[in-house]
Design a protein around this ligand. Structure first.
Ligand SMILES: *[C@@H]1O[C@H](CO)[C@@H](O)[C@H](O)[C@H]1NC(C)=O
Ligand SMILES: *[C@@H]1O[C@H](CO)[C@@H](O)[C@H](O)[C@H]1NC(C)=O
Ligand SMILES: *[C@@H]1O[C@H](CO)[C@@H](O)[C@H](O)[C@H]1NC(C)=O
Length: 217
């Protein structure tokens, strides 16, 4: 019965998403229903653990509808997790855009914003950046992201590959621990951020680290 309630909730979310767009207030309202969100998470986990064993009575329409709802929910959740990196100093710097198939870990130190792009296992940077661990935005860069990649606020791109050779060793999430998996554990997230802070210090970057965050593409 719980799953039914959950599905109804997801569906109404999908309907709302198609009419009200990805609305800020909707996300706020949803955050009021923490127990509901926890239940959905648990139900979905259980469903995933069942593997591909969907009930034989499950109709094609039902599958399509569920896919539709999950897609809408995925969009909401993605936008929600981006918020973790939206408030930071220096205010004049734009937020770096996270690329797909990896993540961005960002820290502010001495009023400069530093972001380090990482790729998931099985993906590699489209540009050689072995000697370039991170990118900077500060007063000195004209409050722009100084990047070799021509994507404006996008710092990197991770493309599917069998070998990871374009970046420094620490610029890749370990196998079986992609960005989302890392972010789903406060411990793993913490150590990813702490590793970056250590790298910044090793490069002589001073200042108390602030506004640390990890976002996944
Ligand atoms: C969100 O909640 C507020 C206050 O409870 C309400 O006024 C508003 O209509 C709700 N918005 C949506 C999109 O449900
Ligand atoms: C920012 O840069 C401008 C021009 O380079 C400089 O005049 C100003 O002092 C700098 N401000 C800070 C806070 O570093
Ligand atoms: C990581 O965990 C340690 C120990 O709990 C804590 O002191 C530190 O502030 C955490 N770092 C981040 C970036 O949250």
């Amino acid at each position: 019965m719980e799953l039914k309630g959950t599905l109804i909730w997801i569906c109404s979310l999908a309907v709302l998403s198609s009419t009200a767009a990805l609305d800020e207030t909707l996300l706020k309202n949803c955050s009021l229903h923490t127990p509901l969100l926890e239940r959905i998470s648990a139900d979905l986990k259980e469903a995933v653990e069942c593997g591909g064993n969907l009930p034989s009575a499950w109709r094609a329409e039902q599958s399509a509808e569920l896919l539709l709802s999950l897609r809408a929910l995925t969009d909401f959740l993605h936008i929600h997790q981006l918020k973790d990196c939206q408030n930071f100093e220096p205010k004049n710097c734009p937020e770096a855009e996270v690329h797909q198939n990896g993540g961005l870990v960002c820290v502010t130190a001495a009023n400069k914003r530093y972001c380090k792009p990482l790729c998931n296992f099985g993906y590699d940077f489209s540009f050689l950046r072995r000697s370039r661990l991170f990118d900077e935005c500060s007063n000195e860069t004209g409050h722009k992201w100084v990047t070799q990649y021509i994507g404006g606020n996008r710092l990197a791109e991770c493309i599917k590959t069998s070998s990871q050779i374009s970046g420094a060793k620490s610029a890749y999430f370990p196998k079986d621990q992609d960005c989302l998996k890392t972010k789903s554990s406060s411990q793993l997230q913490n150590s990813t951020i702490e590793d970056f802070i250590t790298e910044l210090k090793n490069q002589g970057i001073q200042g108390e680290p602030q506004y640390a965050c990890l976002t996944c593409g």
